[in-house]
Design a protein around this ligand. Structure first.
Ligand SMILES: [Zn+2]
Length: 342
């Protein structure tokens, strides 16, 4: 496993001063080990930065912030965990009835961690692969507040979800660029980068994917960008605001679609690690070969739920590690959803 050293957070991949304070911990462990908090087993191939000893599990460290990109098939469900407090970004369910394992996957993950309360549930946008399990999440766990982008949407799933929030008197707030999300963790900052306050239009109505809530989550010197299903217009908007989006971990937009992750955006983020939430054998051909090719120009560490299973990126605010449910094979990571090898 390659390693980099030095200072992190430079804006260009080619900048020789760029150094990512990085542990890529490629630890191959079963989900039961990840989620059960048991002693780590299996093969540990992690190589921490600036040391010669294998990485210990950051996941179990007090103070560690973990992002669980749960393998729900074609959709998103991302759990943030730190110090026994949890928050969920999206609670999707696969559009394909034959692949509706997501409900099980989300609940299995949360239950195995002992989650009872979610500080918040944030819905990036209204598509079924991001909200299909949201009502069940609300009825199962105590959720402090639901965040949403406030785009009107008339799907039965979304309307039932909104009605449930009303009926149950669950706190609800619309957030867009510039609005605040109250972080459950004082050391962790959660910024909303998009959508713009006046939304991105597609004809006369707001574009559903482009108005995804895009978050930047920062813990000391390590930051994550979670792009929902944002595509090139949203990325252009974010870049136009001039906000620094240089980050360590990118949850790439729209399941590896070629319409997301433009060169300009990837360059500005300059991610150390890119994670895709994408369903094996999905009907969209995600991830697209064009997107994979672009990712590879900006990061050699690409993880995807269709191959890696659950992907967990954990940080202590200084270093970070990546854990995968399945064995991670870097050599086959650039195979598109259409089966094309880059
Ligand atoms: Zn989606």
């Amino acid at each position: 496993m390659a390693k980099t050293s030095g200072k992190k957070r430079s804006s260009s991949k080619n900048n020789p001063t760029k150094i990512i304070s990085l542990i890529i911990g490629l630890i191959i462990i079963g989900a039961v080990v990840i989620f059960g908090g048991a002693e780590l087993g299996g093969l540990n191939t992690s190589i921490p930065l600036n040391t010669s000893t294998p990485s210990s599990s950051l996941i179990d460290e007090a103070g560690a912030l973990s992002m669980y990109v749960i393998d729900i098939g074609q959709g998103d469900a991302i759990l943030l965990a730190k110090d026994g407090k949890y928050a969920l970004i999206d609670a999707g369910e696969s559009m394909s009835p034959g692949e509706r394992e997501s409900r099980t996957a989300i609940f299995t993950c949360l239950d195995s961690l002992g989650v009872k309360n979610l500080e918040f549930l944030l819905i990036t946008h209204q598509d079924y692969d991001h909200i299909g399990s949201a009502k069940d999440v609300l009825s199962t766990y105590n959720v402090g507040i639901v965040y949403d982008n406030g785009v009107e949407h008339t799907s039965a799933t979304y309307e039932k979800l909104m009605q449930y929030i009303l009926d149950e008197n669950i706190s609800y707030e619309v957030v867009r660029d510039g609005d605040l999300i109250s972080s459950p963790w004082s050391e962790v900052k959660i910024d909303v980068l998009s959508p713009p306050q006046n939304l991105i239009m597609s004809g006369s109505s707001p574009d559903i994917n482009e108005n995804s809530i895009v978050l930047e989550i920062t813990y000391d010197t390590v930051s994550y960008i979670l792009a929902g299903d944002a595509e090139d217009k949203a990325e252009s908007y974010i870049l136009s605001t001039g906000t620094s989006i240089d980050a360590d971990i990118l949850k790439a937009g729209h399941h590896g679609s070629s319409s997301s992750s433009t060169d300009a955006f990837l360059k500005a983020v300059s991610p150390g690690v890119i994670v895709l939430s994408v369903g094996a054998g999905n009907s969209y051909g995600h991830p697209h070969i064009e997107a994979l090719t672009r990712y590879a120009e900006y990061s050699e560490f690409i993880y995807r739920t269709d191959l890696d299973g659950d992907v967990v990126v954990t940080t202590d605010g200084s270093l970070y590690s990546v854990y995968t449910e399945n064995e991670h094979f870097p050599n086959t990571i650039l195979v598109s959803g259409d089966g094309v090898h880059v």
